[in-house]
Ligand binder design. Structure first.
Ligand SMILES: NC(=O)c1ccc[n+]([C@@H]2O[C@H](COP(=O)([O-])OP(=O)(O)OC[C@H]3O[C@@H](n4cnc5c(N)ncnc54)[C@H](O)[C@@H]3O)[C@@H](O)[C@H]2O)c1
Length: 310
């Protein structure tokens, strides 16, 4: 393949992302983890599936970063996931150290890469990566909105018994309980869901979306969601690798957009070869603005925690 993507963290999200990248034949994949043997074993296992899955993506596993040299994209999934009863924010002290260390290494070997952060708490970890890499803001982003929107779309399709392919959904804000699903901008075959469902049902789906991660953690008990998160990160990577210029909700560094400064927040962006090529500003109602502000406050609070940890 002429493109190369490194996935750091060969756990549930990382290994699944590696699988999807390879099976879509988007790029060669380097899988890196701190645990000896795990990235090598998973990469070899995935490579041995290639003749059956019919792809020629090369998969390499490693504990060092030399093999990641010259990557077009690095997806950072290293860190610990939530356990039942934990919020994403409870992970901050452990994951901030891991994400900083990983970022320093990947940016040394791939100075021109686009960095997609997945580790939680997402918006705070984007700050860690942005600062540690020193990369321009268009090349550092976080995955959350694509996942949250996919969850909302799933619930809309279940509710109305329609194809998921007919659904679109928009979820903005930080990746936490204060995320802001936008029913007005969520549609079925172009029809806003506000025309198709009662306010009570929409509110119920919005609440299920905001708690979507916790619902899976509660069921799994030993980890958090990974199939849909991996799909979401790979959709972002695909848009960048193929310069598709898809508009996707991603955590982006805001400098005045939506009235927010110096904060990573989930907003619609255009993703192409240069990473975030444009931040799209949509108009929000007073109520939506207030919800977005509340979400920004939650992200700001985490930034303060980060400063104390530093
Ligand atoms: N943004 C989102 O929407 C979203 C969704 C799902 C999961 N997550 C987050 O992604 C992260 C990974 O989740 P998971 O389910 O794959 O967890 P996991 O425990 O299955 O995998 C994490 C991997 O990171 C590795 N790791 C730890 N420290 C490392 C280091 N210094 N260098 C390299 N690798 C290291 C671990 O060995 C492990 O294999 C968690 O923080 C989780 O909360 C985010």
């Amino acid at each position: 393949m002429d493109k190369k993507v490194t996935v750091v963290g060969a756990g549930n999200v990382g290994a699944t992302a590696a699988q999807r990248l390879a099976e879509k034949e988007l790029c060669d994949v380097v899988l890196i983890d701190i645990i000896e043997g795990v990235p090598q074993g998973k990469a070899l296992d995935l490579a041995e599936a290639a003749p059956i899955e019919k792809h020629d993506a090369r998969l390499t596993g490693s504990n060092g970063y030399e093999t990641s040299e010259g990557s077009d994209i690095v997806i950072i999934t290293a860190g610990i996931p939530r356990k039942p009863g934990m919020s994403r924010d409870d992970l901050i002290s452990t994951n901030a150290g891991i994400v900083k260390d990983v970022t320093l290494k990947v940016s040394e070997f791939s100075p021109n890469a686009v960095l997609i952060v997945v580790s939680n708490p997402l918006d705070a970890m984007c700050h860690v990566t942005y600062e540690a890499s020193g990369f321009p803001k268009n090349r550092v982003m976080g995955m959350a909105g694509v996942l949250d929107s996919a969850r909302f779309r799933t619930f809309i399709s279940m509710e109305l018994d329609v194809s998921v392919e007919n659904t679109t959904a928009f979820v903005l804000g930080g990746h936490g309980d204060t995320m802001v699903p936008l029913p007005r901008y969520s549609t079925v075959a172009g029809i806003p869901i506000t025309e198709l469902m009662s306010k009570e049902r929409i509110d119920a789906l919005v609440e299920r979306t905001a708690n979507g991660g916790a619902e899976i953690v509660g069921l799994l008990k030993t980890g958090s969601a990974f199939y849909a998160p991996a799909s979401a990160a790979v959709e972002m990577a695909e848009s960048i690798l193929k310069d598709k210029k898809k508009i996707l909700p991603c955590a982006a560094y805001l400098e005045g957009e939506y009235g927010i400064n110096d904060l990573f927040m989930g907003v619609p962006v255009k993703l192409g070869t240069n990473g975030i090529e444009e931040i799209i500003e949509i108009s929000l109602t007073e109520e939506e603005k207030a919800a977005f502000e509340k979400s920004a406050d939650a992200v700001r609070e985490l930034k303060t925690v980060l400063k104390k940890l530093a």
